[in-house]
Design a protein. Sequence first.
Length: 254
Amino acid sequence: MLYSKIEGEGKSFVIMHGFLGMSDNWKTLASQYAASGFQVHVLDLRNHGRSFHSDEFTYEAMAKDVFEYCQANQLSKIDILGHSMGGKVAMLFATTYPELVDKLIVADIGPRFYNQHHQDILAGLNAVDFSVKPSRNDVEAILTQYVPDFGTRQFLMKNLYWQEPGQLAFRFNLAVFNGNLDAIGKALADGLVFDKPTLFIRGGSSGYIKDEDMEQIRQHFPDVKLDTIPNAGHWLHAENPKLFFELTTAFLKE
């Protein structure tokens, strides 16, 4: 069963992080949604955070995990939000189990295929040799050689934990990611449709959702609206959490 953090009372609202992320990335926003009248379920997807590791790493498997989580927690009518990879899971989940979903929010990802673009990050992660018992500073120094952006490094460093005294490790399943990187960019299959209210929200400086993507998005999600957060990149919810919260909450309460 997927690990989750549950907060608040009210309408069930499921949130899913992106690739190499975890539920902790959504801690502040989750509390705000909970205070606004939702029962918030922030998940760690398989091979991420505190959830189980598995050699199978596909969107089909991840969507089924979410279905089993909903069954186990008796969630029959949910709103769902996914960012990046989590947005791909949310799209597949909503089109596969539309009877369970009332509203869908997809943050800065579309249904189209995306080429591999995490090679430098994975090279940095693979360069860390935990057998020599590096410190947190040692790990960050190695990552800095491959990942110059400070914010991205801090995002990755959140995955470090003390496996035992003196021994750090990453929470995610790096070995499986190394062998399944193509799976991250997979397109949503033709013919899958979710016809209930859907919000796509993008960073104005991101480039993950282009204007020309909207035609394909409407084929899958005919009842769709698009919002843009100006001057925000791919981590739009972290760069402008106030506007992200306002736009998503307005949509959920329409």
